[in-house]
Design a binder for this molecule. Structure first.
Ligand SMILES: Cc1cc2nc3c(=O)[nH]c(=O)nc-3n(C[C@H](O)[C@H](O)[C@H](O)COP(=O)(O)O)c2cc1C
Length: 139
C-alpha cells in the first residue's frame, strides 16, 4: 500500500507541490509514488491520494479532468486536492468536490493552492499534507 500523488502541470508549479507532498510522505515513512496524470494506473493498492492540477481558462487540466470523470467509489480513501493558479484557481476546488462526491475522506478543509510558483510556506503545507497521508496509511 502506498501514497499516490498525481499531478498535471504545464510549467512545473503544480509539480513542485506534488514533489513536496511526496517528500513529506516519504519522510514520514510511507512509500510514495508521484504520477504524471497521463500515467496514473488507477486506485488499486493505494492507501492515500493527492490529486493536483493548475487552472487553465477556469478549468482543471484535461488528464486530471479525465481521472475525475472516471473515479471509482473511493470508500473513505484519505485524499486531498492541490494546485497552482494565476488568478481564479478553480481546479483544486473542482478536484476536492469530485473526490468528496466519490466518497473520499478529505484531509484538508480547503485544497492547497499556490499562486504562481509555490512559496516556501505553501511547500511546507504540502510536506505536512504528505505526512498526514502517510499517517493514514500506517493506520
Ligand atoms: C492559457 C492560460 C490560461 C490560464 N487560465 C487561468 C485561469 O482561468 N485561472 C487561473 O487562476 N489561472 C490561470 N492560468 C494561470 C496558471 O494556472 C498558472 O500559471 C499556474 O501557476 C500554472 O501552474 P502549472 O505550472 O502547474 O501548470 C492560466 C495560464 C495560461 C497560460
Amino acid at each position: 500500500m502506498k501514497v499516490a500523488v498525481v499531478y498535471e502541470s504545464t510549467r512545473g508549479r503544480t509539480k513542485a507541490m506534488a514533489d513536496a507532498i511526496c517528500q513529506g510522505a516519504t519522510q514520514a515513512g510511507a512509500e510514495c509514488i508521484i504520477y504524471d496524470a497521463k500515467e496514473f494506473p488507477g486506485f488499486a493498492d493505494i492507501c492515500g491520494v493527492a490529486l493536483g492540477s493548475s487552472t487553465r481558462m477556469k478549468k482543471t487540466l484535461p488528464m486530471i479532468k479525465r481521472i475525475l470523470s472516471e473515479l471509482p467509489s473511493l470508500n473513505g480513501l484519505p485524499a486531498a486536492a492541490f494546485g497552482s493558479y494565476g488568478w481564479s484557481g478553480e481546479a483544486p476546488d473542482e478536484i476536492a468536490s469530485k473526490l468528496s462526491e466519490a466518497g473520499a475522506s478529505l484531509l484538508e478543509d480547503h485544497p492547497i493552492k499556490a499562486k504562481d510558483f509555490p512559496s516556501d510556506t505553501v511547500l511546507d503545507q504540502c510536506r505536512l499534507l504528505g505526512g498526514k497521508l502517510a499517517e493514514k496509511c500506517s493506520n
